[in-house]
Ligand binder design. Structure first.
Ligand SMILES: Nc1ncnc2c1ncn2[C@@H]1O[C@H](COP(=O)(O)OP(=O)(O)OP(=O)(O)O)[C@@H](O)[C@H]1O
Length: 257
């Protein structure tokens, strides 16, 4: 990887939620332009905490998260942090959409970071609406633009979440178990969409998953976590099955002893 393509560098990063335990412990890794990285690890390994930390959403941290574009995000100004969050879109397991709003209005929420608070009380510019419609076309939901989100299936709702992320025009997409509640067919559709965005738009995607087979199928690189630590970080093709299964065995062994 070319070092100039390094979007984020995470060094000696730890998180404690204040109970004396570390949810993340001394983590080091980098994220590069246009790569598709899967975070694997059993429940409680620290995947969500890590993803949320990269967007400056978690307190109780130590260490460094260095952004190529915005510098050290743990100590940057509020203005820079807002820009970093705009450049770092999130896709959530439970979609985090507003049920009573239309699909289009939910996607437009992704544009709010480009406007002042006052401006957001007015209808957003036509250019934003055009961008939102084009994002909906890309995720295959243009015909649902005026439908309320609550009337969509789980897979369709997740595609709205991805369209909302797209209109942020991010450099990075962080997706926290985006297929956790979906059937296998919808899961493949969502991961294929994220991979296509990653490849065609050169947006780095960091996604946490529990499905080892999907990690192998889609990831350029797999980062394995156990007990808040990174225990492997390799190109997915070079990772042996036993290394992946060891990630899950560790938890089992602790549970049994
Ligand atoms: N808000 C919180 N307050 C206190 N502890 C927390 C909080 N959120 C997470 N933790 C703890 O931090 C550790 C890591 O949790 P995290 O949710 O990051 O793991 P995960 O790998 O995403 O798990 P899962 O796959 O089940 O979502 C766990 O021990 C969890 O109990």
């Amino acid at each position: 990887m070319n070092i100039e393509n390094k979007l984020l560098a995470v060094s000696n990063f730890s998180v404690s939620y204040g109970d004396g335990n570390f949810a993340i412990s001394d983590v080091n890794f980098s994220l590069f332009d246009g790569e598709f990285v899967v975070l694997l690890g059993s429940s409680g390994a620290g995947k969500s905490t890590l993803l949320r930390s990269l967007n400056g959403l978690v307190g109780g941290c130590s260490g460094s998260i260095q952004s190529r574009d915005h510098g050290e995000i743990r100590s940057c100004s509020k203005r820079l942090l807002r820009t970093h969050r705009r450049d770092t879109a999130m896709v959530f397991q439970q979609h985090q959409l507003i049920d009573r709003l239309s699909v289009l209005d939910n996607v437009l929420i992704g544009r709010l970071g480009y406007h002042s608070c006052l401006r957001t009380f007015l209808p957003l510019p036509e250019a934003d609406r055009r961008m939102a419609l084009s994002a909906l076309e890309r995720v295959g939901l243009l015909d649902k633009a005026m439908v309320r989100v609550k009337d969509l299936s789980g897979g369709q709702q997740q595609r709205v979440g991805i369209a909302r992320a797209l209109v942020q025009q991010p450099r990075i997409i962080l997706a926290d178990e985006p297929i956790a509640s979906l059937d296998p067919e919808s899961s493949v559709q969502i991961l294929s969409l994220l991979k296509d965005i990653c490849r065609r738009d050169r947006i780095a995607v960091l996604v946490s998953l529990h499905q080892v087979e999907f990690a192998r199928q889609f990831a350029d690189r797999i980062i394995g976590m156990a007990f808040g630590r990174i225990v492997c970080d390799r190109e997915s093709l070079t990772l042996e099955d036993n290394e992946i299964h060891a990630l899950y065995r560790r938890n089992l062994e602790v549970a049994v002893t």
